[in-house]
Design a protein around this ligand. Structure first.
Ligand code: KIV
Length: 272
C-alpha cells in the first residue's frame, strides 16, 4: 500500500461564501502566535483573526489603538507559520488606513507580503470606502467590521451595545450593503442587537460573522484568550468561557514552584 499524503483543503474566501450558501456556520477565533495558531488550526477553526486585540491581550494596553503595523506583521507571520488549513485575516491597525487610501494599500501590502497573510480586516463603512476600494483593486481580500469598532472607542466613549437607535441602525445597514457592493468578502458585526444582525445577514450574500450579535448570523468570532478564561476580568454577556486556563496555569506554575523549592524537580530521569 502506497503511503498517501493526506490532502489538506485550505479555507478560502470562496469556501466561506459557499458555507453561507449551504447554511454551514463559520467558526473564527483570534490568534497572535505560532503555537496557538497551530492548535486552533488543527482543531478545525476555519478563520484565524490576527486581531488588533493583541494590543490588549498580548501587550496589556487598555485599547487597541497603540499597536503598530510592525507589531501586526510580527504576530501575523508567527500565525501563518502555525497553520496549514485556516484562512488568516489580519487587522489593519489604527492609523494605517483611515483618511488615506494610498497609505491603506501600502499597509495592506506589507501585511500580505511580509507576513504571508490571506486577507485584511478594517473597521468602518462609508468613511473608509476609498481605502477599501484601493486595497481591493490590488487583489487583496478585505473583511469589513461594523457596529462596535474598538478603534473608535474615544468617539463612542464606552463599549456599550451599538446601533440601538434607529439612525445608527439605518447607517449600519447602509454600510453593510456598501461593503458588499465594494467587494468585501465578509463583515464582522460587533455588539449590536440580535434582530438587527439578522436583518443585515439576510440582506447580503457575503458571510456575516458576529461577536455579541446573536445567533442569526453566518458565523461567530471570539477573542481566544477570553473564551479560554485567560483574561479573567473580561466577562461581557455575549462571552462563553469554555475553560478556566487562568486557574489551570496558576495551578501548574504553583506546582512547579513547589517542586523547584523542594528539590523534587528535576528527578533522576529528568537529567543527563
Ligand atoms: O481585534 C479583534 O480581536 C477583533 C474581534 C473582536 C472581532 O476585531
Amino acid at each position: 500500500m502506497s503511503a498517501q499524503k493526506k490532502e489538506i483543503k485550505r479555507i478560502t474566501v470562496h469556501t466561506l461564501r459557499r458555507m453561507k450558501e449551504v447554511g454551514e456556520k463559520i467558526s473564527m477565533l483570534t490568534a497572535y502566535d505560532f503555537s496557538m495558531a497551530r492548535i486552533l488550526d488543527e482543531a478545525g477553526i476555519e478563520v484565524l483573526l490576527v486581531g488588533d486585540s493583541a494590543s490588549n491581550v498580548m501587550a496589556g494596553h487598555e485599547t487597541t489603538l497603540p499597536i503598530t503595523l510592525n507589531q501586526m506583521v510580527y504576530h501575523a507571520s508567527s500565525v501563518i507559520r502555525g497553520i496549514s488549513r485556516a484562512l488568516v485575516v489580519v487587522d489593519l491597525p489604527f492609523g494605517t488606513y483611515q483618511g488615506n487610501s494610498k497609505k491603506a494599500l501600502a499597509s495592506a501590502i506589507r501585511i500580505m507580503k511580509e507576513a504571508g497573510a490571506h486577507a485584511v480586516k478594517l473597521e468602518g463603512g462609508i468613511a473608509v470606502k476609498d481605502s477599501i476600494k484601493r486595497i481591493l483593486s490590488a487583489g487583496v481580500p478585505v473583511m469589513g467590521h461594523l457596529g462596535l469598532t474598538p478603534q473608535s472607542i474615544y468617539k463612542f466613549g464606552t463599549y456599550v451595545v451599538r446601533a440601538r437607535e434607529e439612525d445608527e441602525a439605518e447607517q449600519l445597514k447602509k454600510d453593510a450593503k456598501l461593503l458588499e457592493s465594494l467587494g468585501c468578502f465578509a463583515i464582522v458585526l460587533e455588539k449590536i442587537p440580535s434582530d438587527l444582525a439578522k436583518e443585515v445577514a439576510d440582506s447580503v450574500k457575503i458571510p456575516i460573522i458576529g461577536i455579541g450579535a446573536g445567533p442569526h448570523v453566518d458565523g461567530q468570532v471570539l477573542v481566544t484568550h477570553d473564551m479560554l478564561g485567560i483574561t479573567k476580568e473580561f466577562r461581557p454577556r455575549f462571552l462563553r468561557v469554555y475553560t478556566d486556563l487562568y486557574a489551570e496555569i496558576t495551578k501548574a506554575a504553583q506546582a512547579y514552584f513547589d517542586d523547584v523549592k523542594s528539590g523534587d524537580f528535576p528527578n533522576e530521569k529528568e537529567q543527563y
